[in-house]
Design a protein around this ligand. Structure first.
Ligand code: UDP
Length: 233
């Protein structure tokens, strides 16, 4: 697990955003993996996910537990860089530069609401395609993405499905920022609320998510709590 913490991006969020902006300007491709305790714990029993973490993608520290664990072993991570922050930044950047985008994931009504919102609030974004995340044939959607060559591709299917799908097709594209964004479409579409600013500032976003969705408690135990025990050991 140490080797994965050492691969995390350590500078601040704004510097990372500048990298993304430069990638898009120069048509460089990038696969962003937002690393949290769940990703790291799952990789212990999931070889496909482990292979992804062993690869040379762009790893950002998502959860506060990951930031703290990295610091504990001397990796000077500056701050959390979350999937939703990156997604919101990419939408803004795409609107300013008329970039194209493909959105894959979440429930039908959520993706429809998100597309409506983008059309209204980010009118310069060129939406090349979108699909809800409950289709039978996920590969068919990915093949459409490869064919359409978006500048930005967001996949919201949850860990580890989104990362595995992107990894399977990433070699077939030669441009674009690809990112698995978990529940970000639910929030960006306005379907779910992100934690209030004070929770985010105090690094308690995880607590807000458990309070508002108690069924997350089991997931939290299996990922974050076990992760913290492991790091202590
Ligand atoms: N999802 C999906 N297809 C599936 C299962 C899940 O599109 O078969 C979506 C789900 O609707 C949600 C996202 O994947 O929008 C996962 O959200 P979650 O909050 O679990 O992710 P987290 O942010 O915790 O990683």
């Amino acid at each position: 697990m140490k080797e994965y913490l050492k691969k995390l991006y350590t500078n601040d969020k704004n510097k990372y955003f500048k990298l993304l902006s430069s990638d898009l300007k120069h048509n460089h491709k990038r696969f962003i993996i937002t690393v949290n305790p769940e990703t790291l714990m799952m990789s212990e029993s999931d070889n496909e996910l482990k292979n992804i973490l062993d690869s040379n993608y762009s790893f950002v520290p998502d959860g506060i537990a990951v930031v703290k664990a990295a610091r504990k072993i001397g990796v000077k991570v500056t701050e959390r860089i979350t999937g939703i922050d990156i997604s919101e930044y990419l939408l803004k950047l795409a609107n300013e530069n008329k970039y194209s985008i493909y959105l894959f994931g979440a429930k039908e009504e959520v993706i429809d609401a998100l597309v409506n919102k983008i059309n209204k609030e980010y009118p310069n974004i060129n939406i090349l395609g979108y699909s809800n995340g409950y289709v039978k044939d996920r590969d068919k959607v990915m093949k459409d993405i490869v064919k359409k060559k978006p500048d930005i591709c967001m996949v919201a299917l949850g860990i580890p499905y989104q990362e595995k799908l992107i990894a399977k097709y990433f070699d077939k594209v030669n441009k674009g920022i690809y990112i698995g964004v978990g529940g970000s479409f639910d929030v960006m579409s306005g379907t779910k609320k992100r934690a209030p600013k004070i929770f985010i500032k105090l690094n308690l976003e995880w607590l807000y998510r458990i309070m508002t969705e108690p069924k997350r408690l089991k997931r939290f135990w299996n990922s974050n709590v076990k992760f913290m025990f492991k790091i202590k050991k």
